[in-house]
Each structure stands twice: as C-alpha cells, then as structure tokens.
Ligand binder design. Sequence first.
Ligand SMILES: [Zn+2]
Length: 301
Amino acid sequence: MTVTQVSEKVFLLDTHALGNSGTVAVYALKGAKVALIDCGYASSYEVILQELSEIGISPSEVRYLIPTHVHMDHAGATGHLLKHMPKAEVIAHERAVPHLVDPTRLIQSVTSIFGEKLVQSYGQPLPILQQKITAVGQEMQLDLGGMTLTAMHSPGHAPHQISVLVEEEKLLLSADAVGIVYPNIPTMIPTTPPPSLDPPKLRETISRLSQLDSRKLLVPHYGIRDDVVNVLETTKNKTAAWLSRVRELRKNGVSLDEMVEEFQREVVSESGLRTEDFPRYARLSIRITLMGMLQYFEKIP
Ligand SMILES: [Zn+2]
C-alpha cells in the first residue's frame, strides 16, 4: 500500500525510501489549500508526485511544503518538489532556513558522518530561493481553509525541528520528536542522530507535546498511532535508558560496532522477530542513534 487515508483530509504517503516501504512517511493535508508535512529524501520526490496524483492532488494545488527539519529524509526532496509546484512556498524553522537556501554545508556534514555511498542513495537536495521560504520561530499558525495548522519549535532531535498540530482534528505530526516505530518491528528504537542531539531539550519537547491532548500521532518513521501518551512516554523513557547505557559502555571502552550488536539483540528480542528477519534499515537506524549518543557524550561526558 502506498497511500493511506488517515481522515477525510489527511493522507499518509509512503515514500518507499531507498527502496524500503514503511520507513519514511510524508503527510498530505488537504484543506482548501494543500500542505505537505515533510518531503522525504531527494531520491524519493518522483514517488511523492506519483502518490499525490493517485489521490487527485495536482502539483499546482500544493501551497505549502513543510520539511519538519533539515535532515535528508525530511527535507532532501523539498527543492525538487518546489520545481514542480509553482504555487508552493516552504515553511521551516528559522534555523533550518540557511541550510535550505544553501545545502552545501549540510551535504558535507552528512557525508562526513554517514559516508559517501549512503549519502549518494539519499540524492542531492537542491538550493531554494530565500524568498520562497517563511521562517517559523517559536510558533506559527497557518490557515489551509477548513484546516488550521500550528507549527511549533520542537528541538532535541535537531535544533531546527518543528512539529505540527492539526487543530480541528487534534492530529499531531510529531516529526522525529518521537522514536522510530516501524510497522514491521513492534517495539521502539529511539532516534537521536548526530550531529546536534540535545537530550534535555528532547525531554522538554516531549513534555510540551504531551500537553497538547492530541488524538493521534502521525509519525514519520512510521505511521499512525492512537496510543499518543504511550508513544511519547516510551520515547522519553527508552531514550533515557539507552543514553545511560551508552554512557556506561563508552566508559568501559565498548566500540560502536559492539554496541550496535548489543542493542540490536535487544530490539530483535523485544520485537519477537528472528535475527535473520531483522531488516537492514532498522539495523542502520540503531547505528545512527548510537552514533548520535556517542557524539553527544564526547561533547558532554
Ligand atoms: Zn527522520
């Protein structure tokens, strides 16, 4: 399944990121105006255009592209989509704007962390004209016509992240403020990638999101969750638990590779999967999460 209807006006698009279904979602909100929350990897933009056409949305109807933060899986395709969407403007956090205008430093940083080969599969983000972008500070409201969105700063996973609440339906598009809940893996993997993880800010963000009283969570990685409080609480607790273990293992000289093995064993056992059925993309998610934690402890031991 590629498109899932969440409600009358809300759709989940599966970007089939890097060939894997059920890993990176983009959400289409169809008020009188159309907004996309997140844009996926640059290499996914054609899939998104295709899926929009399946639900009868033409590119010229899209008015807002809202990458929740400038990681490649959320913002990579923004410039590509914009080229096909003449009436669209971009809404992003003010700290994301410089990277959307000139992605050079972002690409360099991502390449130095993840390596050339992986970053090639992500595709190259295109630069976006400054005048096409509206910056969000702490909070901003957007009227789609019959749908009111509140975009709010939600740092921690990244300093340039926003979450979006659909006010009328109380749907919370959390961005990566919540952990990874892949449909094929019935447990959670915290998401704390390098280079700008801030655990205290992440905790604050989760507390704030918990007070919104939202009815459903629309998670980028991946899907629709009714158990909002559970997902937010689990994110807070599991991230804290992994962080304290990583700190300890690091002190004891345990290598990243060994940590990946250990945490993967645990996730596999929690999810009830067999090791041979555990997907590679999930193994990579664990690795990236541990890399972010290790880098954080290098700065703040
Ligand atoms: Zn992400």
